[in-house]
Design a protein around this ligand. Structure first.
Ligand code: SF4
Length: 209
């Protein structure tokens, strides 16, 4: 298998971008959260040289065409400057199609899909999502709300519940938090992840992964 490393793809609006040997899918610029540290809220839409501002949200065929050969990458990752589960139906159709072609599928998410859809959507991951990376970003509600500015109540606990529910359907789950934000206790975040029985990764601000 040949991995493609850091090559800029010729998408006019970068529906996909390649980093670390992975192909990242930029499905939407919409978000549930308004994180204070988000580059797009600081008028920065470029990630590692890729312009991620979308003129319009790509349809399923556009995404599949942009990925082209999923076996050229270590992982296919749903992650742009937006929350991919806000396009849940399309995302899952694409994931299933790419999985049939041999892809390993990861979703990087805010973990708020169950709150947004008002039901447990995690069974839909069964068989088509290999791993989840869930942004927790804080060790308690107060700090989470300060940095992530959720528009819904109990968002921090909703993220924890989402992780708990996902464990039945997704084998590999990692909770993440950004190291270096004032008042965020990274070791407490790590303890929460381990308490949930999942992995933890401290992220670096503005690093996509
Ligand atoms: S979830 Fe990600 S893309 Fe959305 S506002 Fe927060 S940092 Fe930005």
């Amino acid at each position: 298998m040949a991995y493609v490393i850091n090559s800029i793809q010729p998408d006019t609006q970068n529906i996909t971008y390649v980093l670390h040997g992975n192909c990242y899918i930029n499905m939407t610029n919409r978000c549930t959260l308004r994180c204070t540290f988000c580059p797009k809220f600081n008028k920065q839409w470029d990630v590692k040289g890729y312009a991620l501002r979308l003129d319009s949200e790509p349809d399923i065929q556009q995404v599949l065409a942009a990925v082209n050969d999923p076996t050229a990458y270590k992982e296919i990752v749903f992650c742009g400057l937006g929350e991919p589960t806000l396009r849940l139906d399309e995302m899952l159709i694409i994931a299933r199609q790419l999985k049939l072609q041999g892809a390993k599928i990861r979703i990087n998410t805010d973990g708020l899909a169950n709150s947004i859809y008002g039901k447990d959507i995690t069974p839909l991951f069964n068989g088509c999502v290999d791993s989840l990376s869930v942004s927790l970003n804080a060790h308690n509600t107060q700090i989470y709300e300060k940095y992530c500015r959720p528009p819904i109540d109990n968002a921090f606990h909703s993220v924890l519940e989402f992780v708990r529910a996902s464990r039945e359907y997704v084998a590999d789950i990692t909770v993440t938090a950004i190291d270096g934000l004032d008042e965020v206790d990274i070791s407490a975040c790590e303890d929460i992840a381990f308490g949930l029985g999942v992995k933890f990764r401290a992220r670096v601000l503005d690093e996509v992964g």
